[in-house]
Design a protein around this ligand. Sequence first.
Ligand code: ASP
Ligand code: MG
Length: 431
Amino acid sequence: MEKVQVYKFGGASVKDAAAILNLRNIVEQYGAGQPLLIVVSAMGKTTNALEEIYELARKQHHYDEPLRRLEQFHEQAAVQLELKANTPAQLRFDTLLRQLRQQLEVLSPELEFDEYYDQIVSFGELLASLLVAHCLNAQTIDCRTLIKTDTTWREGKVDWAETEACVLAQLPSHLNQGPVVTQGFLGGTSYSVPTAQDPNKTLLQERTTTLGREGSDYTAAILAYCLRAESVTIWKDVAGLLNADPKFFPDTVRYPEISYRETIEMAYYGASVIHPKTLKPLAERGIPLRVKSFLDPAAEGTLIHDCQHAALAPAFIRKADQCLLSFASKDFSFISEENLAVIFSALAQAKLKINVMQNSAISFSVCTDYSERRVHQLLDLLREQFTLHYNTGLTLFTIKNYDAASMAQLTAGKRLLLEQRTRHTFQFVCA
Ligand code: ASP
Ligand code: MG
């Protein structure tokens, strides 16, 4: 097979019917002439809306209004994209909306939160990919038959060998016939459950998993890796990889070319332009990643690949909604490796990821993304052994490749609750 190109279109690039028509122009203009795999996210803010509906449905509160809004939003896009009644695509579209309703109806507070989250939130990508494939008159393939994960709900760990086998068994023959559309963010897992009749017998059940919020970039990278693709292009609403998010920082600069390593670090610190897991599989197989603007597709964008470059402009990365937790041993004993092991294991159990950490003689602090549910789970696990304090609503700033001027500029007028500096990176948490 000829080398494949992988295009990834995120939520903003499919936010309504007009955006999907713009996507079609890009595909026609730039994607012709070689096999093309298209990975799409849920439309606009659909994933957030589904999260909200899921939380309500689980608590058995009213969710009809937000659900109706979500349905109408997709129905309107379907009409504008001329999805004709009684065609297979339209029947499938109706089936998806019906299945979503049915699955919401049976939710209850006892069910495993993360597992059922994946089953509901995945409808965003299923609906979006259907509409995009219809608009392009392209084939679709269900990503859950390609990307195989374990049952780590909401953060599925990819089984690379099985995924590669599934991708190579299914995708090439489709790609030879024209563009193929698939869903970002989703994976499939099968696991055994005891049968109702005989608890000693098990049944293999297929379930949906997700790869973590904003995980569609990672999907594109996984598929590109398996296909040994020529390149991946992420189409965004910004001009490329910038040194800061223009929503929060004035005077941003674009990096025309940047190495995998630099980009991995920026993504790790929270630069929201690329999902942090995306770079590793691409770097491993030397597949270049382009970040381009879907609003100005002819513009150069950024090329991320294996390259050497001179010093880069400092990158400013902002992570909002942070929580700073401090653990102190109750008996004034020092924070020891044994204590740290207990804290780390509780953090892992509560699925809280550490963004920065620092220790002093009798206390240990970590900054994590805030989730009320997860923080309470952590507190329950550690309360007996440690005194815990936490502050929420904080922001973590990172300057990569900092200098005196950039540090002074960013810290001016802020009250720093924690700061840390290494050779290339300066980080602080503030209110
Ligand atoms: N739709 C998912 C999300 O918003 C995945 C993605 O956009 O990459 O998190
Ligand atoms: Mg999204």
